[in-house]
Ligand binder design. Sequence first.
Ligand code: 3DU
Length: 221
Amino acid sequence: MHFSAGHRMQKKNRIILALDVTSRADALRVVEAAKDYVDAVKIGWPLILAVGPDIISEIAKNKDVICDMKIADIPNTNRLIVEQAMKRGASAVIAHGFTGDDSVKACVDAAKGQVFVLTEMSHPGARQFTAPVADKLAALAKSAGARGIVAPATRPERIAELRKIIGNLEIISPGVGAQGGKASDALKAGADYIIVGRAIYEAPDPKAAAKALADEVKRSI
Ligand code: 3DU
């Protein structure tokens, strides 16, 4: 399952666990519970700030880690951030595209292509700024050589539209469960992977929740 930059996350369960817990014990417990049902673990600021960046390497020993720092800076700073994430064992990173092509290309170069670019975000406020330019952000992801885009499971019709722009790039899709989106809708609309956080880590039985989602995935592809 583990791969270094340049390889591909194994597309088996088509679920990425968003590990937004704030203790090391919770992080390891949830990964252990969900490990057979997820293809990768997405780690962002909540866990990194709570526990420290060593958690990236620790989880990367057993699972592909996508570092979700929502990188959005000038090219040089983007490069420095991505280099640190990759050095710690991240398999891919998530970056904003609104910073422009030079900033996105800096991420792509530093991650050897393993970058997912945010397009329209999944929350209601996304309608203000990211939704109106989402098609352009998707086109930028493609022209910059990114691996894929992040697109909203809360609006599956947008996944289908963005798919037309990016061709065979990958789509990873948050918004399933706690934000109201459905795994089957996102996958049928063209998502390669769903990203799921609270519906797994806040469930009374995270293993059962992950398994139920994996079963839903199997039924819908
Ligand atoms: O709503 P959940 O708990 O399943 O978590 C969703 C995760 O995906 C969370 O880490 C959030 O930061 C991330 N994400 C979005 O929810 C929406 C986006 O547009 C991009 C990332």
